[in-house]
Design a binder for this molecule. Structure first.
Ligand code: SF4
Length: 434
């Protein structure tokens, strides 16, 4: 048995300090991962693990060989004139690249889960600009951490350990000089770490934008805050918030799902990024940055691969093997029935999308590539099981702060199943051969 330091792919924090005890065939113990991370390693032998290829015959999913599953998938794609490719947030960047190449070959539309999550922040930043930071900066230099619509204690469990409780490299101080502010309509588990100096702001649901607008107006001039407060937050708390925003040396706003999932999200995100830029222009001595809290471990990777390859990070539509302009999104494509089959990679859209869209997606052939059972499997016409990246195969992934990390293989995958990248390459080669 040897102890091996590895990177956990349980969430987008990609903790690279997890130790696994292994004999090269099995993983015996895991040290340092949170429960969510441990669950990822437990998936290897879990009942939920997908290890067998399936194809649908006479309405029933039946076990098959990998070759037959790939053959059926190729047959479906060959008959398709409007294929849709979706997911790609829980696979390596090499697999993301293969997915985009496949979409180009078959004149498909490809998008990642990021379009309905943190990609909205990146898209808004094209208008406003964005000041990003890294986890190392947060550990070593941050003195103000604002969690806006983000319940990190549950979604990214070790983030608070790292950025709030750790000691910085340049200061012999840690938690005692860090103030946290949580802005959320509900009292989440993250409120549990708050101390006397911290500020808990229960904003009224859907009224973040009024709060941001008030902060933009009053930025650096707290005297004219309305006596009634804003968005359910009273005047004194608003003053405290403003003082923190304008006096921080190194402040970070962590943007969570509570904002990106709100009904008026594009306006809210744009105004929040404008507020950050305003603070930075007026700040004499400090800096305010943002960090996007995507959930899946390589959600950021798709943006980097697509941007570097095509100069566009979302909603990639190919025609005549070229990228063309489109106003479509994955939502409009499904909603308008503008597709005739889908290739879903490492995702469970049947569970995650609203029922109306799930029903439309399920009405056309689905090719699923994944390593765990999901609701999407129940509607798939072909399922090809894949190895777990970071455990059974390697690859590159981008952490939530856009830092690339190499994921290493620890053990061989069971049943000689392929990585996502290999499966997509086999589809690509099979289709190219015709
Ligand atoms: S915080 Fe995320 S990456 Fe870190 S151990 Fe937990 S699940 Fe894994």
């Amino acid at each position: 048995m040897v102890d091996k330091r590895t990177t956990c792919t349980g969430c987008s924090l990609l903790c690279d300090d997890v130790i696994v005890r292994t004999d090269g065939l099995y993983i015996d113990e895991i040290f340092g991962a949170c429960l969510k991370g441990k669950e990822k390693y437990d998936l290897i032998t879990s009942k939920n693990r997908l290890l067998t290829p399936f194809i649908r015959e006479d309405g029933e999913l039946v076990k098959t060989s990998i070759d037959k599953a790939l053959e059926k998938a190729i047959g479906i794609i060959e008959k398709s004139s409007k294929p849709l490719l979706y997911g790609f947030s829980t696979v390596s960047s090499q697999a993301q690249l293969k997915g985009i190449e496949l979409a180009k070959l078959i004149n498909g539309f490809i998008d990642s889960n990021s379009i309905i999550c943190q990609g909205k922040v990146l898209n808004a930043s094209k208008q406003t600009g964005i000041t990003l930071t890294t986890i190392s900066e947060a550990i070593n230099k941050a003195d103000l951490l604002i969690f806006w619509g983000a319940n990190v204690a549950e979604s990214i469990p070790r983030l608070l350990n790292k950025v709030l409780f750790s000691r910085g490299k340049f200061r012999m101080t840690g938690r005692e000089i860090k103030t946290i502010i949580i802005i959320d309509p509900v009292k989440t588990a993250s409120f549990g770490v708050m101390g006397v100096r911290d500020i808990a702001l229960k904003v009224e649901p859907g009224r973040d934008i009024e709060l941001i607008r008030a902060l933009k107006e009053e930025c650096c001039t707290p005297d004219s805050i309305p006596s009634t407060g804003v968005s359910g937050i009273d005047r004194d708390d608003l003053k405290r918030l403003l003082i923190q925003l304008t006096n921080t040396e190194n402040g970070i706003i962590f943007i969570g799902q509570g904002i990106v999932g709100s009904s008026n999200n594009s306006e809210v995100i744009q105004e929040l990024l404008e507020l950050v830029q305003m603070i930075n222009i007026r700040q004499q001595k400090g800096r305010m940055s943002v960090m996007m809290l995507g959930g899946h471990y390589n959600m950021v990777g798709f943006e980097h691969v697509a941007l570097s390859l095509l100069g566009k990070n979302h909603s990639l539509q190919f025609s005549d093997n070229k990228l063309i302009e489109t106003s479509n999104t994955i939502i409009s494509k499904i909603n308008n029935d503008d597709f005739d089959c889908s290739i879903i990679v490492g995702s469970d859209p049947i569970s995650h999308l609203p029922w109306k869209l799930s029903k439309k997606l399920a009405s056309k052939p689905i090719i699923l590539i994944d390593n765990k059972k999901s609701a999407t499997l129940n509607f798939a016409d072909v399922c090809v099981p894949s190895a777990i990246t970071g455990i059974e195969c390697g690859g590159l992934a981008y952490r939530l702060d856009h830092v690339p990390l190499e994921l290493e293989k620890i053990i061989n995958p069971p049943n000689n199943i392929f990585s996502d990248e290999e499966i997509l390459s086999k589809l690509y080669e099979g289709l190219k051969r015709g």
